[in-house]
Design a protein around this ligand. Structure first.
Ligand code: PAF
Length: 275
């Protein structure tokens, strides 16, 4: 893959890279379509990265519908699919890990220790292999996006990170490969996450700027929902990931919940949502 990518770059062709763990859905389609529009070549990686799963997480049962993913990507006109084996990315001699620093200690990083170390390590390697001019990430994984941007800045990587808005089901549920695990009853409850975020975003529009109060709006709506256990509700600054004194347009309201055994995350950017 790397030789092919280097040859394309030498020929003056821009590469758009979409890193994924497979089990593709319409959210991934949007990333690929954007990459297709903006680059001569598009590479998509399908790699369920063991390094970003904790010991009690769902690595073993993470869906791996490779054939369906390949058909989907071919229909989207990608130039190459990179589907490495685990020991191609992590051969026995592999030793180095990326330390993501303090921004990985909050939100998802606090609940999933080591997760972002695994994400940034694989993303750095994938960038080396795929040689992208642009790489595409969804805004649903907002903290991942912030950390990948930091990786690119800190290591002066010669590429641009393109953020693509979250794609939602008709009822508002953010698309995620994990939605497939939801039972019918959980699936009915799940759109309540985005409804709660939108309600809080609406309260911001009408003048509520106290971060704790905005978080409370979301908590109050989610706490009563059957089967929902809130991990965090956090109003944070979009770059520092710290709670600001006052919410402003651009602040991010982020949520993680467990719905039964399934962990779901979502977020809204205040002042940017269509209400
Ligand atoms: O967002 C994902 O699917 C993964 O975290 C990524 C970026 C492909 C790294 O494994």
């Amino acid at each position: 893959m790397q030789e092919q990518a280097v040859a394309w770059r030498k020929a003056g062709e821009d590469i758009g890279f979409v890193p994924t763990m497979g089990a593709l859905h319409a959210g991934h389609d949007r990333l690929v379509a954007r990459a297709r529009r903006e680059n001569q070549r598009v590479i998509v990686s399908l790699f369920v990265n063991p390094a970003q799963f904790g010991p009690t997480e769902d690595f073993a049962r993470y869906p791996r519908p490779f054939d369906a993913d390949r058909v989907r990507l071919e229909a989207l006109g990608v130039d190459a699919i990179f589907h490495p084996a685990v020991d191609q990315i992590y051969p026995p001699a592999f030793k180095t890990r990326v330390d993501p620093g303090p921004l990985a200690e909050v939100l998802e990083g606090k609940s999933r220790p080591g997760h972002f170390k695994g994400v940034l390590t694989v993303v750095l390697k994938l960038f080396q292999i795929g040689q992208p001019k642009r790489a595409y990430f969804g805004q649903k994984d907002f903290q991942q996006l912030v950390l990948v941007r930091q990786l690119v800045r800190d290591f002066a990587l010669p590429l641009r990170i393109v953020a693509v808005p979250t794609v939602r089901e008709a009822d508002g549920l953010a698309m995620s490969s994990r939605n497939a695990y939801l039972s019918p009853a959980e699936r009915e409850v799940a759109p309540g996450i985005y409804r709660a975020l939108k309600t809080a975003a609406g309260r911001f529009e009408t003048g509520l700027t106290d971060p704790a109060a905005l978080e409370e709006v979301v908590r109050d709506l989610l706490e009563g929902a059957p089967g929902v256990a809130i991990d965090y509700v956090a109003l944070v600054d979009e770059t520092t990931l710290r709670r600001p004194v006052r919410a402003v347009a651009g602040s991010v309201l982020a949520v993680a919940v467990k719905l039964g055994s399934i962990r779901l995350i979502d977020n809204v950017v205040l002042g940017a949502e269509r209400l």
